[in-house]
Design a protein around this ligand. Structure first.
Ligand code: TYD
Length: 334
């Protein structure tokens, strides 16, 4: 069995590659990654020595790079390659459209041309948009509200259209907010943990009462693997963590977990433009094929804090150079 994983140097992708090589003793993985700011070779340093793992440097928007990575053929493509950060999509939308829509199109064309038996698109619950009450089902209309989520929705619609029009064997997973080791420190949880370790304040957008549903990255990676194996072609599967919390309550846990105080370490800053108040997905369909999250939230958060405390060598280099420019652009005016 040989899979092409794209964006495998990113957060969810690298956790997926590590897990898949462990779970399937004969599986070979080719990882096509453009090595953007979030594609970090250090995320898979331990895997590089595995003879069943091969790295290919390239962009999913480049048909030649995709063709070369497929080589003599693969049994599946799992697409993690994406621009993923909402705040960056507000500052610079164009790259999101390129990677998340055009890149998806290039991969779908390759699946079609080479008759690849499975294509799995890793998507997000953000494509449903703000959910005031209840939970989004896979059949709900998409209502994305940021350039990021609109780009991911555009990718999802292409994937489903290729199934309808060309009978390409696709599946989509829509995971909820993911946390755990190897997450680039621009997202809420790793940004706050690393700031707190450094005795800095953490910037809470607006009132902090926005709600996200948190999913541990290992559960997310396992869910994608499970859908790839047990899902039905042409279908979408929500993967929700089942841990809805306000940002403020996450902040309280992180602040106390890092031995700091709310009074001294939390700063309420201007809200994100078009900030979605709440995401919530109904994961009944994924539960129906036998997937459910295993990591208890308190344990997952505790071990994530411990991981960042123990792995300063991993994140410290990331919080320099490009990151500092971004941090200034993103937070200085707030
Ligand atoms: P984020 O990790 O960016 O994920 P997403 O926007 O894709 O859900 O943000 C999670 C929540 O945390 C979101 O409601 C925005 C909020 N947030 C802050 O309050 N401050 C921050 O500095 C960041 C990065 C996020």
């Amino acid at each position: 069995m040989r899979w092409l994983v794209t964006g495998g140097l990113g957060f969810i992708g690298s956790n997926f590659v590590r897990l898949a090589l462990r779970e399937y003793p004969t599986l070979e993985i080719v990882n096509l990654d453009a090595m953007t700011y979030a594609g970090n070779p250090a995320n898979l340093r331990d895997v590089e020595v595995n003879g069943r793992y091969q790295f290919a440097h390239g962009d999913i928007c480049d048909p030649d790079a995709v063709r070369d990575a497929i080589g003599s053929g693969v049994d599946a493509i799992v697409n993690f390659a994406a621009e993923t950060h909402v705040d960056r999509s507000i500052l610079d939308p164009e790259q999101f459209l390129r990677t998340d829509i055009l890149g998806t199109h290039v991969l779908l064309e390759a699946v079609r041309e080479r008759n690849i038996p499975r294509y799995l698109q890793v998507s997000t619950d953000e494509v449903y948009g703000d959910v005031a009450a209840g939970e989004s089902a896979e059949s709900d209309a998409l209502c994305p509200r940021s350039p990021y989520s609109a780009s991911k929705a555009g990718g999802d619609l292409q994937v489903l259209a290729y199934h309808t029009t060309f009978n390409v064997p696709v599946m989509i997973t829509r995971g909820s907010n993911t946390y755990g080791p190897y997450q680039y420190p621009e997202k809420l949880i790793p940004l706050f943990i690393t700031n707190l370790i450094d005795d800095q304040t953490v910037p809470v957008y607006g009132d902090g009462l926005q709600i996200r549903d948190w999913l541990h990255v290992e559960d997310h990676a396992r869910g994608i693997m499970h859908v790839l194996e047990h899902g039905d072609v042409g279908n979408v599967y929500n993967l929700g963590g089942g841990n809805p919390h306000t940002n403020l309550s996450i902040t309280e846990r992180l602040v106390s977990g890092c031995g700091r105080a709310m009074k001294t370490h939390v700063r309420h800053v201007a809200d994100r433009e078009g900030h979605d108040r709440r995401y919530a997905v109904d994961s009944t369909k994924a539960h129906g094929i036998g997937w459910s999250p295993r990591v208890a939230f308190e344990d997952g958060l505790h071990s994530t804090i411990a991981w960042y405390q123990a792995n300063e060598d991993w994140w410290r280099p990331l919080k320099s150079g490009e990151f500092l420019d971004y941090y200034k652009r993103q937070y200085a005016h707030r």
